[in-house]
Design a protein around this ligand. Structure first.
Ligand code: SF4
Length: 687
């Protein structure tokens, strides 16, 4: 007899609702839920989200690395937790709380993440807690918090397609967030919206756009400033909105002086006419939405790019109303939630700064601890540096794979190797578990209760369809048990629901939520009390910070430019058929059939220069390392640029990328670096 259990897709941040079909304790299939943001549809990743659950490679029991042989042996949970407790106590005795670094997960539930950060702060006392939002949307958080007072998507997915103009920049939406891409294309098809796409690549979405701005990688700020200059010069700015709702406009105006369409054309490679056309289209719209993703954020100028987009929305009054706003699309299912839960070195749950004495006092009382750190901690990339130079000795990584996902992975792997003790909680062996001293089997999304928060701030229920495989356990329950073993009595929850009740108590944006209320379509935060219906769009009458703030931004070129030795620009991204580092999707037969190998997109002119034909094996090299992949000769990439997807360990794009950080948000420059390209032949090596 089948049983159907409704839950949430575990891949991108759209938050599509799926129904898992269960037969005799196994998930045997799935179908899309009729309601919800996905309107009874799924992308190909969503359709295959059941395929990895019972994969034979799943981690099913705790593993402990033998000191002498370096191999793993299976142990009981009691043995694993007591080994961790001994080593954690030793690390605390030797180096104090600051010797411990903890990384949460944008794939795990809010409950898992809340408990992990509470363990780090209240039990261990370390300030070093972060997660992979540092690599995707840290600059969104910084940029939008400063300008609007909240770092989240301002509007809702449903509203996007009711805009007159959609400005998509740095987002290959039809591949990265397919069910949002579908809505954008539908609005165009129905003649509701006009579409501007800014992307160096000629993606499917760019091909459909009314205006495609194929700017050079790393020139986003200049492009947006150029559009703003046209809007101001042609009196398309919304003076009433600027006067009534914003501050800092006069100083900001002066900063546009250097961004004439002609100068911006020199910087970006986009013609002045196209810049003017895009500015007029956006500037004359009644309701214009900005939609962006990691093409904007993953730069040393990531915060500047986000500020520039906020300036554009403020100058035209396109924020605080339905179908407008600045809308960052989150890459993973629960990036928004992990940030909300305070898996950030600078903020407690609910974006409450850790350096505020009042917040610290309140959380000390609530969590019954005197261990809360006084300062903000290290970010993800800084923790890796600290592991290498011996400041961080003990690392706990939950549900992430930094040995593949982080920039300059050779550096990251050296850091993981250097740690005295590394715990990895995951559902599959990965490039990162290979470095662990203890591996703890986690429960997949189909095996635990909890919540995910989608890109539009919608908190939705995740439901257990089956028992965890083998002796795997939900991550939060394991961490809570370790806390009890360490003598802490503030983690005595009996269920994920009890954890969520505590979340609702300490996170102001979630205060009016409960599992009962989240049962249907979920709720969008802020939801301040039990009668509140949730908030589809932010900043309606006032910004979260009071007034919207213009912040002048200048174009800063990417830190590494092409030269004689490395004459091309590498940019990276994702494919429709794979997700993140492939730990789940590369175990799906459907998705493997569609794409299971890396490739490098090369423009035909660059291919001719390098003597490369479509399908040739090629070596792509940067100052950090090299990869071997297969050339796809295509006009999708402009001359001088190579594109490599991030999913494949055998040709890990991040072997090539830079560790240089945005000084404000500490996000690394993952989108632009200089590379060389050569054909590789079997007999000769490189030709
Ligand atoms: Fe899952 Fe995203 Fe596809 Fe929806 S669009 S089915 S959330 S991967």
């Amino acid at each position: 007899m089948f049983r159907d259990v409704e839950t949430i897709c575990p891949f991108c941040g759209v938050g599509c609702r799926i129904v898992l079909r269960v037969d005799r304790g196994r998930v045997v299939g799935l179908y899309p839920a009729e309601n919800g943001i996905n309107e009874g549809k799924l992308c190909i990743k969503g359709w295959s989200a059941h395929e990895f659950i019972h994969h034979p490679k799943r981690l099913t029991a705790p593993l402990l690395r033998e000191k002498r042989s370096g191999t793993f042996r299976t142990v009981t949970w009691d043995a694993a937790l007591s080994h961790i407790r001994e080593n954690l106590s030793a690390a605390l005795d030797a180096g104090g709380p600051a010797a411990v670094g903890v990384l949460g997960s944008a794939k795990c539930t809010n409950e898992d993440n809340y408990v992990l950060q509470k363990f780090a702060r209240a039990v261990v006392g370390t300030p070093h807690i972060d997660h992979c939002a540092r690599l995707c949307h840290a600059s969104t958080l910084t940029g939008l918090s400063e300008t609007f007072g909240s770092g989240a998507m301002t509007n809702s997915i449903e509203e996007l397609e009711k805009a007159d103009v959609m400005f998509v920049i740095g987002s290959n939406t039809t591949e990265q967030h397919p069910l949002i891409g579908r809505r954008i294309l539908r609005a165009m098809r129905d003649g509701v919206a006009r579409l501007i796409v800014a992307d160096p690549r000629r993606t499917d979405m760019a091909r459909c756009a009314h205006v495609h701005l194929a700017h050079r990688p790393g020139t986003d700020t200049a492009l947006i400033n150029g559009m703003l200059r046209v809007i101001v010069d042609e009196a398309l700015a919304d003076d009433e909105f600027i006067t009534g709702r914003t501050e800092g406009f006069e100083a900001f105006l002066g900063s546009l002086r250097e961004y004439s369409p002609e100068r911006v054309a020199d910087i970006t490679g986009v013609s002045p006419e196209m810049i003017v056309a895009a500015a007029r289209m956006y500037g004359t719209a009644e309701k214009a939405s900005i939609i962006y993703a990691m093409g904007i954020t993953q730069h040393v100028a990531g915060t500047a790019n986000v500020r520039a987009l906020a300036n554009l929305a403020l100058a035209t009054g396109n924020v605080g109303k339905p179908s407008t706003g600045v809308n960052p699309l989150r890459g993973q299912n629960n990036v928004q939630g992990a940030c909300d839960m305070g898996v950030l070195p600078s903020h407690y749950p609910g974006y409450q700064p850790v350096e505020d004495d009042g917040n610290r006092d309140r959380f000390s009382r609530d969590w019954r601890t005197d261990r809360l750190p006084q300062q903000a901690g290290l970010t993800l990339c800084e923790m890796m540096d600290a592991a290498l130079d011996g400041r961080t000795r003990f690392l706990w990584i939950m549900g992430e794979n930094p040995a593949l996902s982080d920039p300059d992975t050779a550096h990251v792997r050296r850091a993981l190797e250097a740690a005295d003790f590394l715990i990895v909680q995951d559902i599959f062996p990965s490039e990162t578990t290979a470095f662990a001293h203890v591996v703890l089997p986690g429960a997949s999304y189909a095996e635990k209760e909890g919540t995910f928060t989608s890109t539009e701030r919608r908190v939705q229920r995740v439901r257990a369809a089956i028992e965890p495989v083998g002796s795997a356990r939900p991550e939060w329950a394991v961490i809570a048990e370790l806390a009890r073993l360490m003598g802490y009595d503030g983690m005595n929850w009996r269920s994920a629901e009890a954890v969520f009740e505590e979340i609702a108590r300490v996170v102001p944006q979630y205060r009016g939520m409960s599992y009962l209320r989240l049962g249907g379509d979920g709720l969008q935060w802020p939801c301040p009390d039990a009668a509140h219906p949730g908030t589809p769009f932010l900043h309606e009458h006032t910004f979260s910070r009071g007034k919207g703030r213009f912040i002048p931004v200048e174009h800063v070129p990417p830190p590494e430019q092409p030269d004689e030795e490395y004459p091309l620009v590498l940019t990276t991204g994702r494919s429709l058929f794979q997700f993140h580092t492939g730990t789940m999707t590369r175990r799906s037969p459907i998705l493997k059939e569609r794409l299971d190998e890396s490739y490098g997109e090369v423009n035909p002119a660059d291919a001719v220069r390098a003597g490369i034909e479509d399908g040739d094996p090629v070596v792509i090299r940067s100052r950090r390392g090299e990869i071997v992949t297969t050339a796809r000769v295509t006009e999708t990439v402009p001359e001088g640029t190579v594109f490599v997807p991030i999913h494949f360990a055998e040709a890990a794009a991040n072997m090539l990328t830079l560790r240089e950080l945005d000084p404000l948000s500490k996000i690394p420059e993952l989108k632009v670096c200089a590379v060389s390209l050569k054909k590789r032949t079997r007999s000769q090596g490189e030709a």
